[in-house]
Design a protein around this ligand. Structure first.
Ligand code: 4UW
Length: 544
């Protein structure tokens, strides 16, 4: 059966993202704060944000010679300028591709190469990584100087400004007239990276219409003029990009940005700016619910707390709600491939991701037969709606496996998540069919870690799965490793492999779930890794 959203339909405008976010339905003034840098207190008003974004757009077009459809890659932790960089790209019709600021050079090189990024805007903190990544791709020094620009103003760039230009170089005197997007349904506006149901990270082609639609279908969550958002989640990931970059600008709400999560700093910013809206991931929910430091701050301004990107158990959700009784605690769900939000627990039911948002439709199918299961039974969740991506970049096969058309011509996204729907139409995520591991909400594709491990001289064969860590409320990757003869000669091969991995993959991809030395890893007769067997074994181990 097809589940329909219980919410009334909403209008879906066919315009550019720029026109949507600056439509200003609340009549917010230009002098109102738009972005506040948490650590320094520096601010950009709405007027400044819009004007700077238009000037930067003009510089991207003229000084950097980017044309409509070219890809701009931004590598930066959350900063005062992140909103401006995203919005400048939308003003100029440039495709925005945000990279994770903790990527290693080879991880970043993959995204730069795969996306064919023309220009990189890099925060000075990550410049070393960007230089190493582009060197791997064969960029000469002069090319690096031309194509890598620091994502800060000149007075903040430090010694890096001796070699690289800064945003001041790109900020033109003139404001660009925002481009008109004539076919928003088929115009790619963002290229996020997601492994989807299998394999390595792939470019997700998110159209302008996908983004304007998702902003429209979030309508059931009411925002008010005096709401203040806290941006502790990374703004490059689709969760932050949609809900902490575009959404607050649309509703005229200031956003306080934090470059990294730290519980005391978060609480102090909530208190100082009377924060009302907090989006988080389960490990942050855990600290907010249990860390004694929280009691030292006035958190009474918090009105809505939304958790997503990974499962949050009903007990912890309730614990958080009890500790912060003025706030409504709820869960939401989404994927990079759905731009991202599809469900939101508007009326919270502990452990549920809520009903479908307006215009969304869902199915729960038996993954073997693709036939719908009965209401209440578990199966793979399929979703259809205006926010479903156009497909993966240059990967027609992966796209065809993930987006399937039914006889009525509706395109369904196979989420790779196992879910059930109760009698009230509320959805519950119960398991994951796909091999993806989520560490504190970040994607960790096991196939990627296996490929890196197989380059290690101590490893003959391996398989990687996620194992649940209750203390941290997250999964961590664990490797099952068959040692090579070189590995067998090591006194502590696990420690050697762990330190070998240190520089190869980002910190959140490290094998914190441990390494198990085994004689073989389970494979099908055709040689396909059977990670599910290892997952079941690990689950049984935890439950024992
Ligand atoms: N419960 C259990 C959940 C949940 C979940 C996601 O990295 P991606 O591609 O994307 C995200 C997006 C998170 C998000 C989107 C929209 C939104 O409003 C919101 O608010 C809280 C959060 O993480 O990973 C997608 C995968 O992450 C898992 C699930 O496996 C999904 O396929 N996931 N949300 N509430 N699991």
């Amino acid at each position: 059966m097809i589940y329909e959203s219980p919410h009334p339909p909403v209008d879906l405008p066919e315009c550019s993202v720029w026109d949507k976010v600056w439509a200003n339905p609340t009549g917010a003034s230009d002098t109102k704060d738009a972005v506040i840098d948490g650590p320094t207190g520096r601010k950009l008003s709405r007027g400044e944000l819009r004007s700077h974004a238009q000037r930067l757009a003009e510089g991207l077009r003229t000084t950097a010679s980017l044309s409509q459809g070219d890809v701009l890659c931004v590598v930066s932790p959350n900063s005062l300028y992140y909103h401006m960089l995203v919005l400048a790209s939308q003003c100029a019709g440039i495709v925005f591709s945000g990279a994770n600021a903790s990527y290693t050079p080879s991880e970043l090189a993959h995204q730069l190469e795969d996306s064919s990024a023309k220009l990189v805007l890099a925060h000075p903190q990550v410049l070393k990584t960007v230089l190493a990544a582009t060197k791997q791709l064969g960029w000469s020094t002069s090319e690096q100087q031309r194509r890598i620009i620091l994502a800060v103003r000149s007075d903040e760039a430090g010694p890096a400004s001796k070699q690289h230009k800064t945003l001041d170089y790109l900020l033109a005197d003139k404001e660009m007239q925002p481009v008109k997007v004539h076919d928003p349904k088929n115009t790619v506006a963002y290229l996020g990276y997601s492994s989807g149901t299998s394999g390595k990270a792939k470019g997700v082609r998110t159209s302008a219409y996908n983004m304007t639609s998702v902003l429209s279908i979030l309508a059931p969550v009411k925002t008010y003029e005096d709401d203040v958002q806290l941006a502790v989640l990374p703004l490059n990931h689709i969760y932050g990009l949609t809900k902490l970059v575009h959404w607050p600008v649309l509703w005229g709400n200031p956003v306080v940005v934090m470059p990294k999560f730290e519980i005391q700093a978060l609480c102090s910013l909530v208190q100082r700016y009377r924060g009302t809206f907090l989006m988080l991931v389960p490990p942050i929910a855990l600290q907010l619910a249990r860390d004694p430091i929280v009691d030292k701050f006035d958190m009474s301004s918090l009105r809505i707390i939304i958790s997503g990107a990974a499962p949050l158990g009903p007990e912890l959700e309730q614990e958080l709600a009890t500790r912060l009784p003025k706030a409504t605690v709820l869960q939401a769900y989404g994927l990079t491939e759905s731009s991202p939000t599809t469900h939101m627990g508007i009326i919270p039911k502990r452990g549920s991701i809520g009903p479908l948002l307006p215009m969304m439709r869902g199915r729960i199918v038996d993954p073997e037969t693709n036939k719908d299961v009965k209401q209440g039974e578990v199966g793979e969740m399929l979703l259809a709606g205006p926010n479903i991506m156009l497909g993966y970049l240059n990967r027609p096969e992966a796209t065809a496996e993930t987006l399937v058309k039914d006889a009525q011509g509706t395109t369904w996204l196979k989420t790779g998540d196992i879910a059930r729907v109760d009698e009230k139409g509320l959805f519950y995520i119960t398991d994951r069919l796909k091999e993806l591991i989520k560490v504190k909400g970040f994607q960790v594709p096991p196939a990627e870690l296996e490929a890196v491990l197989l380059e290690c001289p101590f490893v003959a064969d391996c398989a990687v799965i996620g194992v649940w860590n209750d203390d941290q409320q997250t999964e961590y990757p664990r490797a099952y490793v068959v040692l090579s003869s070189k590995g067998k000669a090591e006194s502590d091969p696990s420690a050697t492999i762990q330190s070998w991995m240190k520089n190869k993959v980002a910190h959140y991809k490290q094998l914190k779930g441990g390494i198990k030395l085994v004689d073989s890893v389970p494979k099908s007769p055709s040689g396909k890794l059977l990670r599910r067997i290892l997952r079941e074994e690990a689950k049984a181990e935890i439950e024992a």
